[in-house]
Design a protein around this ligand. Structure first.
Ligand SMILES: NC(=O)c1ccc[n+]([C@@H]2O[C@H](COP(=O)([O-])OP(=O)(O)OC[C@H]3O[C@@H](n4cnc5c(N)ncnc54)[C@H](OP(=O)(O)O)[C@@H]3O)[C@@H](O)[C@H]2O)c1
Length: 326
């Protein structure tokens, strides 16, 4: 089978297509024949290497993770043989491959007929988009500020905020093309946060401040966002695309504001039943067409480097998908 790994850190060109034997699932794991693989931003950062003390640290050889959707073809010792034949979504390592090994305990059932783009979102990206809104205790009528709203998590979070009853949703992104997209997926206001005066634009749209901030950009974007929170406002920090781990200025919190961190792995470990229910809830929303994934591009596995180029250029709208058997 074909698989993509990297053996040195660097640009997209370090991604290497190789022919290998399909892996054999160990105890508690399954083998999945991948039909689609959602490419996640974090893997472009791991590929670049750790730099000096950076937060994106993964050893070599690089085995990119991905939001895999496919069919279980084999199970390892202890895994339920009835899983064979099931269509599932799973966050897996060594995911840029025709066959992928996944944890049997974290397989999301994929409704028959669900589009591979939507199905890929059930592995990680959708559950993150939904849970960060709930971690923020978003309630009906809230004003919600979603950063990087044109991205994989972002474009789902905008839609989910609306579905959960948000009043005003403000999405940020760079470039007018992305801002148009952010409005198209349902944001009431789209703000270009590459402009230095972006906080004033948010303030103009939400004069009393925003109730919820969803941020995985970090740095000055997070810092400015804290000042935009209304009294009782909540910010959820779930990443730092800039690599800049901002310090939270405690003085900002005295104005009745709070900040919460989120990480999906920790969430699944601490609240597995609720995490599973939310994945099923998302499957229902996708199946009914109330929630939609925009697939920016579908590429064959051998063009994984192009997928990373697109993400490095920050030009994607929504999901970048690899199709290993195309
Ligand atoms: N905590 C968790 O469990 C968890 C799980 C999944 C993902 N995440 C985080 O969620 C975020 C979104 O993930 P995703 O895969 O859906 O990615 P994505 O949003 O599709 O892509 C990342 C986006 O971040 C924005 N960005 C802002 N500053 C950037 C910078 N300095 N360099 C590059 N991009 C920058 C870019 O949009 P603009 O060009 O519009 O600025 C870019 O398109 C990531 O930060 C990821 O690490 C966290």
């Amino acid at each position: 089978m074909r698989r993509v790994r990297y053996y040195e850190y660097g640009g997209p060109e370090v991604l290497t297509v190789e022919d290998v034997e399909p892996p054999v699932p160990r105890a508690g794991r399954v083998l999945v024949r991948a039909e689609a693989i959602g490419v996640n931003f974090v893997d472009t950062r791991f590929r670049r290497g750790p730099g000096r003390g950076g937060i994106f640290q993964r050893p070599l050889p690089g085995r990119p993770t991905g939001d895999v959707v496919g069919t279980v073809t084999a199970v390892g010792p202890g895994a339920d043989p009835k899983l064979i034949g099931r269509r599932v979504a799973t966050l897996a390592e060594d995911a840029y491959a025709e066959y992928v090994v996944a944890e049997a305990s974290w397989l999301a059932d994929v409704p028959a007929g669900l589009d591979p783009g939507d199905a890929s979102m059930l592995a990680m990206t959708g559950p993150v988009a939904l849970r960060i809104l709930r971690a923020a205790q978003m309630s009906t009528g809230d004003t919600v500020l979603v950063h990087a709203a044109a991205g994989g998590v972002g474009h789902l979070a905008v839609q989910l905020a609306k579905l959960l009853g948000a009043g005003t949703v403000i999405g940020t992104a760079r470039s007018s093309r992305k801002l148009d997209f952010v409005r198209a997926v349902g944001a009431d206001v789209a703000v270009d946060y590459a402009r230095p005066d972006w906080p004033e634009e948010v303030r103009a749209a939400a004069p009393r401040g925003v109730d919820v901030v969803l941020d995985a950009v970090g740095g000055s974007v997070l810092r400015s966002s804290l000042g935009l929170l209304a009294p009782f406002g909540r910010a959820v920090v779930y990443g730092a695309a800039t690599g800049d781990l901002e310090q939270i200025p405690v003085a900002e919190l005295f104005a009745l504001r709070s900040v919460t961190g989120f990480n999906l792995t920790a969430w699944r470990r601490e609240a597995p039943d609720q995490a599973r229910r939310e994945t099923d809830e998302l499957a229902g929303l996708f199946a009914s067409g109330r929630l939609r994934t925009t697939v920016h591009v579908r590429l064959p596995l051998a063009e994984a480097a192009t997928a990373h180029e697109i993400m490095d250029a920050r030009s994607h709208l929504g999901r970048v998908l690899l199709l290993p058997h195309r």
